[in-house]
Design a protein around this ligand. Structure first.
Ligand SMILES: Nc1ncnc2c1ncn2[C@@H]1O[C@H](COP(=O)(O)OP(=O)(O)O)[C@@H](O)[C@H]1O
Ligand SMILES: CC(=O)N[C@@H](CCC(=O)OP(=O)(O)O)C(=O)O
Length: 295
């Protein structure tokens, strides 16, 4: 690493001041994707960045994924898992593992890293205090053989319907950092697996967050020739989904951005979470690194 002189360090801090003022006392929702978690050093740097936000009077709320971590555990147990429209088809055996991995190992690891960095993280899922109520998801896909639209049963997968902020409001603004696993409860008490991007969008929308950052493993939304699109309007985003340029896990991500904008979140960005200090770069410098989605 190149050495930075003390004066340059002071300049860098000073240049961050207007950004810190812009976000003073504001809530920022950070979705930390399973692919973005990367190695231990990157994960620990992410945790330090979150604590730094809290220290500068910003209220961070972390929503995490864990798709690859769920896949590893399912494989170890010999359970086959399939996706439709970017969502995991979740049967009774799968939901047990999804909850174990998301609310257990992944959530507690992030909480541990944030607390190790001096923060006060509180690990929860959308089931706690009935924070997120969801209804079973229905999706139609184009059958690859017949090319005809067909409905798919995704099993125990939910779309958030209602976010109750009672518990989050007890934490936000009290130096406590909520770390949320994307699980919800249905009306009849069933645990539902929610895509983490969708969950983050619902929480950011309910909180009227200033920013929603979606951290993933690619630089942002890429065009057909795999070049980064720095800014994307809602209209163009919809076109790219329709023509297949945006596919798989990027679909719920972009749909989340559109939903969050409609709900009044001021700025939504998709950034590469594997980049060291991605969160600080995005919030405290003039360098926008990923894709900004706008109306
Ligand atoms: N147009 C696109 N631009 C960027 N990534 C895309 C695009 N279309 C599909 N993807 C895929 O979406 C993935 C990100 O979604 P996902 O795997 O669900 O990430 P995460 O675990 O961070 O939520 C990328 O790794 C990439 O393979
Ligand atoms: C319904 C559905 O697909 N749920 C996701 C939840 C985790 C997730 O979204 O994790 P990433 O953000 O790392 O992709 C899943 O089971 O993989």
């Amino acid at each position: 690493m190149t050495e930075i002189s003390p004066l340059d360090q002071a300049r860098i801090l000073s240049e961050a001041l207007p950004h810190m003022q812009q976000y003073d006392e504001e809530t920022i929702v950070i979705k930390y994707g399973g692919h973005a978690m990367g190695d231990e050093e990157t994960a620990k740097n992410f945790a330090r960045d979150i604590v730094l936000l809290e220290q500068t009077a910003i209220n961070p709320v972390v929503v995490h994924g864990g798709g690859p971590q769920i896949a590893t555990m399912l494989k170890r147990l010999g359970i086959v898992s399939e996706f439709a429209a970017g969502l995991r088809i979740t049967d009774a055996a799968t939901i047990e593992i999804v909850e174990m991995v998301l609310a257990g190992s992944v959530n507690k690891q992030i909480v541990g890293y944030i607390n190790e960095a001096g923060g006060k993280a509180v690990g929860l899922s959308g089931k706690d205090a009935n924070m997120v109520k969801a209804s079973k998801t229905t999706r139609t896909i184009i059958d690859p053989d017949s090319h005809i639209e067909k409905a798919v049963d995704l099993g125990f997968v939910g779309d958030p319907e209602k976010v109750d902020l009672t518990l989050l409001n007890q934490l936000i603004g009290y130096e406590l950092i909520p770390v949320l696993a994307p699980l919800a409860t249905s009306k009849d008490g069933q645990t539902l697996n929610v895509n983490a991007d969708t969950f983050a969008g619902a929480v950011a929308g309910a909180l009227k967050a200033k920013r929603l950052l979606l951290l993933t493993d690619v630089p942002g939304v890429l065009d057909k020739s795999k070049k980064l699109i720095p800014q994307l309007s809602v209209k163009d985003a919809r076109k790219l989904i329709a023509d297949g340029t945006i596919s798989g896990g990027m679909i719920p991500k972009v749909e989340t951005c559109i939903y969050a904008l409609e709900q009044g979140v001021e700025g939504v960005v998709i950034i590469d979470g594997k980049m060291q200090h991605a969160v600080l770069l995005e919030l405290f410098t003039n360098t926008g690194t990923g894709t900004l989605i706008h109306k």
